[in-house]
Design a protein around this ligand. Structure first.
Ligand code: COS
Length: 379
């Protein structure tokens, strides 16, 4: 067993940290206020290779695997969780299904631009009546005169307005339950496709979240991704990887909470000494540091299993569950340590608290993760 990062992984971490601290952190508050991240940020990330990290060299990736990708997502999210979620949604749930289930022709067409950041991707699964019960998909796809006609709507879709391509699910064979759901590659300029309402959110305000609308959306026959009827299993498999992304994002937020709370506690003087000298504050900081480290180790283990082509779904669910709950606790403690300042907008920790909450909801709620873990135990 070896807990050391390889030389390559250390370089990936350093590249991501340098980018995040120099080019993200100074602008993160402004992006939250404007509720948008400039397009050039994604272009620059593409040039630096961020989007190519988890994919193998055969398809134009950098072959850094999910360990390298998790290191990068953590660093980006430590500076801006909004950018972190846009990044993670693009890679692990937007691009991955094309990589995992696409034909050679589909991969040839889409992966190059997606890995270089020339296009962003989104994943259209959730619907008003199909969230945790993703098998309840109501969007339909009918094959007519050699074309697919999609009708329906998706909600809470990260990168909806930014995406050049969306992987979306629809019912192709009604009456077959979850085996009647298929996936489609939808270019953003497909006729009949549009982006609906953009949501106002508690946190992650700079990240783009909107509805997708399919009104007789016409797609060529070869827009089907993988087997007809295979969509449900595809998205469960996609979400297994996605949960590693959310775990890494959560570790980034938890680390940011510690980054803010520790120096504050060392310099804030009350009762004649820095508050870090009081055991009540030390215990909070100790728990934050321990839980963040544990969440990171769990994220790296799930990533390593995936990179080693071993079963990783249960560990990904454990990492996502533990890391997301850790970052909420860490954010609450950071606000508490900063006291009145922690509640004010100019101190970053109130943003971390608002951002952290989504980690317990997106890509499978904490309750769903516990179900997946329990199933892994044979319950
Ligand atoms: N990868 C691949 N296949 C999987 C899988 C996985 N991780 N998990 C289950 N499957 C397969 C099963 O083997 C089963 O195959 P067969 O029909 O051939 O036996 C099939 O998928 C259906 O599995 P299951 O019966 O367990 O499905 P359920 O409807 O009971 O699934 C859960 C329940 C909760 C696991 C599922 O609905 C889920 O993960 N929901 C959460 C979705 C979510 O995260 N939504 C938020 C999206 S935000 S992007």
């Amino acid at each position: 067993m070896d807990f050391e990062l390889s030389e390559e992984q250390r370089l990936t971490q350093k590249m991501a940290r340098d980018f995040a601290q120099k080019e993200v952190a100074p602008h993160a508050t402004e992006w939250e206020e404007k509720k948008a991240i400039p397009r050039e940020v994604f272009q620059h990330m593409g040039e630096l290779g961020f989007f190519a990290l988890p994919f193998p060299e055969e398809v134009g990736g950098l072959g850094a695997g999910y360990v390298g990708y998790a290191l990068a997502v953590e660093e980006v999210s430590r500076a801006s969780a909004s950018l972190g979620i846009s990044y993670a949604a693009h890679c692990s749930i937007g691009t991955s299904p094309i990589f995992l289930f696409g034909t050679e022709v589909q991969k040839e067409r889409w992966l190059g631009p997606l890995l270089r950041g020339e296009l962003l991707a989104a994943f259209g699964l959730t619907e008003p009546n199909a969230g945790s019960d993703a098998g309840g998909t109501e969007t339909t796809a009918v094959l007519k005169d050699g074309e697919w006609l999609l009708n329906g709507a998706k909600c809470f879709i990260t990168n909806a307005n930014l995406a050049g391509v969306i992987v979306a699910t629809a019912v192709t064979d009604k009456g077959r339950g979850s085996r009647g759901i298929s996936s489609f590659i939808v270019p953003a300029d497909a006729p009949g496709f549009s982006v609906g309402q953009t949501y106002g959110k508690l946190g992650l305000r700079a990240s783009d979240t909107a509805e997708l609308v399919f009104s007789d959306c016409r797609l060529p026959a070869d827009a089907l991704l993988g087997e007809r009827g295979g969509g449900f299993k595809q998205f469960l498999q996609t979400l297994d990887g996605g949960r590693i992304g959310i775990a890494a994002l959560s570790v980034g937020i938890a680390q940011a909470c510690l980054d803010a709370a520790l120096p504050y506690a060392k310099t804030r003087v009350q009762f004649g000494q820095p508050i870090s000298k009081f055991q009540a504050i030390q215990f909070k900081l100790a728990d934050m540091a321990m839980e963040t480290e544990l969440a990171r180790l769990m994220t790296h283990k799930a990533s390593w299993l995936k990179d080693s082509h071993l079963a990783f779904g249960r560990e990904a669910a454990m990492a996502k569950l533990y890391a997301s709950e850790t970052c909420v606790r860490a954010a609450l403690q950071a606000v508490q340590i900063l006291g009145g300042y922690g509640y004010m907008e100019e101190y970053l920790v109130e943003r971390y608290l608002r951002d952290a909450k989504l980690m317990e909801i997106g890509e499978g709620t904490s309750e769903i993760q516990r179900m997946v873990i329990a199933r892994g135990l044979g319950c």
